[in-house]
Design a protein around this ligand. Structure first.
Ligand code: MG
Length: 361
């Protein structure tokens, strides 16, 4: 059993252990006076794991109920959250009861948001079952849903009381979704850990998955502790995301998974910054080779101008500028704001006038 403590305003533990699902109730019980627990899960994950979690909760004195929604990003919307509220009401959930999010990123984000807002906030537990949610979205307290106008536009910062990670669940994860998570894993290597990047190059990710989960969460924990509300350092977690979100949007959120889009976005960006002499020579070639090794895309057929236009609408953009994270080398990055109307000329090389390196982290 590995324990990572997250010292945010409201602190909590992340426990990593094989078959920890069967002990979920034992770990949750000491943290809460809850009588009832609502397990929120989707149609893919619930048939695999809900029963084990439910039994463990009941063995530890919780009355349980199960809310299951249709799997997929299309469910991550306010109407599903409203159905969770109704379920909570009908099952007499009070302020001291809990929600347990069992599933991938959509489940964690949405169940977390329901917990943040139902009765003005009740406790919740994250049990992430996909690689992406284990290494990334279950840690840090960002919860929310999509609007028709864009992803994650409504939400709240709401830290879980506990995160339980069972690497065994990755064995049932379809290959496509394992790759999806690796897009974020490579990102962590790029921004903060040359040693992680090198292990991904030299070994097979699936063989060292426990170490990978531990390393990624440790990086995210350190960054989130320093910047819980996403006003500074946390921006580095968005490496590859400015272009990535644009590519996801241009593909109607169906062509590319999030991790694939982040992979392509980071490769495109790093070729550009290396071409401008910002990033150490040879970095983009190594990044591309690593992404290809794990079946991730490194390019897009879309024009840079089209990608930049789509990036303007990103919620990470502040008014007149777009925020980027540039690599100096593998494992070292910094954030850079670029004025929207000069972004394309900056990357295409026709403008050398912008001062970069405004903020080094
Ligand atoms: Mg991401």
């Amino acid at each position: 059993m590995i324990n990572i403590h997250v010292g945010t305003g409201r602190s909590y533990d992340i426990l990593i252990g094989h078959d920890i699902l069967d002990s979920a109730g034992e770990y949750i019980r000491p943290l809460t006076k809850a009588v009832r627990a609502v397990i929120v899960s989707d149609t893919n994950v619930a048939p695999l794991y809900a029963q084990r979690v439910k039994e463990s909760l009941e063995k530890n004195g919780f009355e349980t109920s199960l809310f299951i929604f249709e799997a997929g990003e299309a469910s991550k919307r306010l109407s599903t959250v409203e159905r969770i509220y109704t379920h909570c009401f009908e099952n007499s959930i009070t302020r001291t009861d809990i929600i347990v999010a069992l599933g991938g990123g959509v489940t964690g984000d949405m169940a977390g948001f329901a917990a943040a807002s139902y009765l003005r906030g009740i406790d919740f537990i994250q049990i992430p079952t996909s690689l992406l949610s284990q290494v990334d979205s279950s840690v840090g307290g960002k919860t929310g849903v999509d609007l028709p106008s864009g992803k994650n536009l409504v939400g709240a910062f709401w830290q879980p009381s506990l995160v339980l990670i069972d690497p065994e669940t990755l064995k049932t994860l379809p290959e496509k979704f394992f790759r999806d998570g690796l897009g974020e894993v490579v990102k962590y290597g790029c921004i903060r850990s040359r040693s992680l990047f090198e292990r991904l190059e030299n070994e097979n990710a699936a063989d060292i998955i426990d170490d990978i989960i531990f390393e990624c969460i440790s990086i995210k924990r350190d960054v989130v502790q320093n910047d819980e509300r996403d006003t500074g350092e946390r921006a580095i977690l968005n490496f590859g995301h400015t272009f990535g979100h644009a590519l996801e949007k241009l593909g109607g959120y169906t062509e590319l998974t999030h991790g694939e889009a982040v992979a392509a976005g980071s490769a495109i960006l790093t070729r550009l910054t290396e071409g401008k002499g910002i990033t150490e020579k040879g970095t983009s070639q190594r990044l591309e080779a690593l992404l290809k090794k794990y079946g991730l895309p490194t390019d897009s057929e879309r024009q840079l101008s089209e990608i930049i236009a789509a990036a303007r609408g990103d919620k990470k953009s502040t008014g007149k500028s777009i925020n980027f994270v540039f690599l100096r080398s593998i494992g070292e990055c910094f954030t850079q704001k670029l004025p929207i109307n000069e972004t394309e000329s900056f990357f295409s090389g026709s403008s050398g006038s912008i001062e970069y390196n405004s903020l080094t982290i």
